[in-house]
Ligand binder design. Sequence first.
Ligand code: BGC
Length: 264
Amino acid sequence: MTAQGSEPRQPERPLTIVVTGGNTGIGAAIVAAFARAGGNVAMDFVSNRDANAAIVADAADAGGRVVPVDADITAQAGLERIRDAALEAFGRIDVWVNNAGLETRHSLLETSEADFDRVIAVDLKATFFGTQVAARQFLAQGGPGVVVNVSSVHEDWPMPGNTTYCVAKGGVRMLTRTAGVELGGHGIRVVNVAPGAVDTPINTATMADPDQRARLTDAIPLHAVATPEQIADVVVFAASPQAAYMTATTIVVDGGIMQGSVGL
Ligand code: BGC
């Protein structure tokens, strides 16, 4: 991270960042990016726990620290558990990234109640209460803070066949706007980063099918899906002092897919 565009910024103390879903996909890239900036990171893990040791070691090599926490983010108590682990390890929290997300790719007509509950719990409920836990902690610290939500272009853009995901991300869009307005007076910023198509496990099926992959790539004006690192860089920016005047809004990082058209 740089101040005024050129000089390396040397923070007086390392920042502490919580990243949900930090051991896979975009989350792992976010953890690595903050670690490279010298940050202290606490991340939950539910699955993919075999990845933790390498993430911790890579972060240490890059000059950061990562504490993995066994916590269920779909329960408020699980989010408080990550908060407590971060406080125990690092003493305070500066940035909270609600990144964890999943999709089940079902249309309205196909969606089961269990599917709906799962997607809403991970994508919307965990983001809502993660924002609440973070904001309460920032207030308790008497200082500012930043919440970055990893939403999706589908916070605003219908994706037929992925209905609950769109509903959840639409909720995250409105959560960010409302919470940003409510918390602005406390110096707390809330910003969404909305990726388009990214090469992560959520898109494994699409990326593995050459036809689907070609169709997706053709629909993107920049003719490539994003790397997780390209999204992580924007998350780090949204959390940084360079984005100090941004709140209650969304930064779209989609290679132009939402504006694109296959044309005539
Ligand atoms: C979804 C992907 C989709 C992409 C672009 C993402 O939020 O998770 O399934 O390919 O948006 O439409």
